[in-house]
Write a protein that binds this ligand. Structure first.
Ligand SMILES: Cc1cc2nc3c(=O)[nH]c(=O)nc-3n(C[C@H](O)[C@H](O)[C@H](O)COP(=O)(O)O)c2cc1C
Length: 245
């Protein structure tokens, strides 16, 4: 397979393969260009669909996002049919109606959900997956990982008392990854916190699954008359947001 890598081990892995992969793919976009061309689409062309193959790459990016202690406290609900998008639009009533067309006219809409707890069942699932993926040399390594992860969970549960918020932060990493990745793949996006999370929790019966809805992300191709596409990007200057020591 073109671009496949066979090197293994923590030191040898990845870098050479990534570099080779990038040079092999002539259409690979510079990551900074992807960040700069990304903007929040305010209107979509309802006739255009993002190919499933492209969406699958974006889903893979999301699933491969990093999270503290590999907690992966996310669940992604995907809508692409008119019926499914109508269900998503139950999250854009009244005060959030300005977001409704960005849901209904988009090609795909993903609801990012967060686990409200890192309970024993979830922690066991993570550990079992890590074992299946070959992360543990021996039982001691496995026990060490379980103990270390539980230590962080308990720090946030009992000491900092911010466990749900800490879990939500991890989900936002996947949101950022998805937006940048989509831009690199030529897909426009709209992140939306302007949603009725209570309505969406009920629509998808999220509480029964230990989940709550957090933020929505639409994918598609901008409409020709999207006013936001023509506006320049605005960001604080480097010296305002960086301190170089
Ligand atoms: C977490 C998050 C939530 C947002 N919620 C909304 C929203 O509900 N509706 C909307 O039109 N834009 C929303 N935005 C878009 C922001 O207003 C936009 O990212 C910001 O103004 C910077 O512009 P740019 O994305 O075009 O670079 C959201 C952005 C983020 C990151």
């Amino acid at each position: 397979m073109a671009g496949s890598c066979n090197n293994v081990g923590p030191v040898a892995r990845m870098r050479p393969c990534v570099a080779r992969h990038l040079t092999e793919r002539k259409d690979t976009m510079d990551i900074l260009a992807a960040a700069k061309q990304r903007y929040t689409a305010k209107a979509y062309d309802p006739t255009r669909k993002v190919p499933e193959e492209t969406m699958r790459q974006i889903y893979d990016l999301m699933r491969n996002s990093p999270s503290s202690v590999n907690s992966q406290p996310w669940h992604f609900i995907v809508a692409s049919t008119p019926e499914a998008k109508a269900r998503m639009a139950k999250g854009t009533p009244a005060a959030f109606a300005y977001n409704e067309p960005k849901v209904l006219n988009a090609s795909h809409v993903v609801l990012f959900c967060a686990r409200v707890d890192a309970d024993a069942a979830h922690l066991d699932k993570l550990l079992a997956q890590e074992q299946a993926d070959g992360r543990f040399r021996d039982d001691a390594a496995k026990a060490g990982q379980a103990k270390g992860r539980l230590g962080y969970v308990n720090l946030h549960r009992y000491t900092q008392k911010d466990l749900p918020q800490w879990l939500e932060k991890q989900v936002y990493i996947a949101l950022g990854t998805a937006m940048l990745g989509a831009s690199a793949l030529g897909v426009d996006t709209t992140p939306m916190e302007g949603i009725d999370t209570r309505a969406l929790d009920a629509e998808f019966d999220l509480h029964a699954q230990g989940l709550s809805s957090l933020v929505m992300l639409s994918f598609g191709y901008r409409a020709g008359d999207d006013f936001n596409a023509a506006l320049p990007k605005s960001r604080l200057k480097e010296e305002q947001v960086f301190t170089f020591l």
